[in-house]
Design a protein around this ligand. Structure first.
Ligand code: FE
Length: 293
């Protein structure tokens, strides 16, 4: 069994989005990097409320899913049919925009701190115009796997094989079969995760540094690595603590046209999305909300 090797290392770029929220853009759709089905990936974080408090006022999405994961602080989500989600420390929001959703994402003050991530995960062509779906997952509903020695991982999506059985993540049934783990190594530690050779596999380090793959390649905080060619994802720390996200999913191998908040397959579909947004028909379908937590 061969460990995947590091093929590409990306440094997040400081930028701002929404109403002036400072963030680090790690996967930028404009770069057209081959991270299919991942479209965009941001880390937002500051202890300075002016960097984020104006948030992301009402805006539309169509054609993909947004996954928001909060490490610190709080975010209030509201959408066009009255769903309200209060995301707090450790919570996840998995929003399938599909046909269309109109929402706002507004940070809330909590000891001045805000830290989290937003991922855009593409949908297959046949699911882009389905009714939207919205789900908040409370931190206590995310399985935690003890890795020993004070190390652990939170299994947001996907499965983890711990030697005795299979642990299923909080989110299931997504076409691209995503794996989304938040891993915390406390001192010297290693982790080997079997992976389908078809999955696109990424790791983003947000605290400390880790070595990956076959050559002891180092990934530092603020860097994203793509791991290719092998059966296992392998991560190691020699001494110091580190925290990182493991992201993997099946590529769609379909054409991608992204413009602003829309991700479709053709330019015509993007133009239709802008027309539907102007006409008010982007949001005509009822979203599905199975939020019961
Ligand atoms: Fe949004």
């Amino acid at each position: 069994m061969k460990n995947r090797e590091l093929a590409r290392l990306i440094n997040g770029q400081n930028t701002s989005d929404g109403a002036g929220v400072k963030l680090k853009r790690i996967i930028n759709p404009q770069d057209k990097l081959p991270f299919d089905p991942f479209i965009l990936f941001d880390e937002f974080g500051s202890d300075e409320p002016m960097d984020y408090i104006k948030g992301f006022p009402e805006h539309p999405h169509r054609g993909f899913e947004t996954v928001t994961y909060m490490l610190e602080g709080a975010m209030l989500h509201r959408d066009h049919l009255g769903n309200e989600g209060h995301l707090r420390k450790g919570d996840v929001q998995w929003m399938t925009a599909a046909h269309g959703i109109l929402h706002s994402e507004m940070p809330e003050q909590e000891d001045g701190l805000l830290h989290g991530f937003q991922l855009w995960l593409n949908l297959p062509a046949k699911e882009k115009m389905k009714p939207p779906h919205y789900k908040d997952i409370a931190a206590y509903n995310i399985p935690v796997v003890d890795l020993g020695g004070g190390s652990y991982l939170k299994l947001i999506a996907g499965q983890y094989h711990d030697g005795t059985g299979v642990i299923s993540g909080a989110v299931q049934g997504i076409a691209t079969q995503p794996i989304f783990m938040d891993v915390h190594f406390h001192g010297a530690q290693h982790l080997r995760i079997p992976s389908s050779s078809q999955h696109t596999a990424l790791v983003y380090v947000y605290k400390g540094e880790i070595t990956v793959g076959t050559e002891d390649d180092v990934i530092q905080a603020g860097q994203l690595g793509q791991l290719v060619n092998g059966d296992n994802l392998f991560f190691e720390t020699k001494e110091l603590a580190a925290s990182f996200l493991v992201l993997a999913a099946l590529p769609l191998n379909e054409p991608v046209v992204q413009a602003g908040p829309f991700v479709m397959n053709t330019v015509e579909e993007i133009e239709q999305a802008f027309r539907d947004y102007r006409d008010g028909t982007l949001t005509l379908q009822q979203p599905v909300n199975d939020n019961n937590q």
